[in-house]
Design a protein around this ligand. Sequence first.
Ligand code: CO
Length: 165
Amino acid sequence: MIREILKYPNKILKSKCNPIEIFDENLHTLLDDMHETMVNDEGIGLAAIQIGELKNIFIISMPNEDGKQEKDNLLEAINPKILKSENMKSSEEGCLSVPKFSAKIRRFQNITLKYQDRDGNEIAKDFNDYDAVACQHELDHLNGILFIDKLSILDKVKFKKYLKK
Ligand code: CO
């Protein structure tokens, strides 16, 4: 089911999310809803909090070379934590909760992420470049942080202009 995506400045987006302890049908339905909602809005990442569910879950689906988002390429990260991170760099980011705005944000380019899959299996995996950036963007959502909270002074001016539109 396609769910409504909460948009800035909705205060729910500033909440802190809670760990998942039960890996059941309800969780699977939520994950499927998140995927449907994200693809419908042409996003590459979505955190559960963006549809009002204060749970430590995000999904990422990077398009392949043809621009297609294959289901085998879908990352479902439950209770994610960064174990290791290195190599800071700036790259352009956007967010489904802040439509039509993008800015350069400094993030680690290489991370090791620990998370659980939809069945509760523990996984540790390395992510690089834009995959690593997307993981950190989504992980911030679970702590109530949006990428616009990390703007440079210049981009803050740009964002104020965007808000006036
Ligand atoms: Co986002």
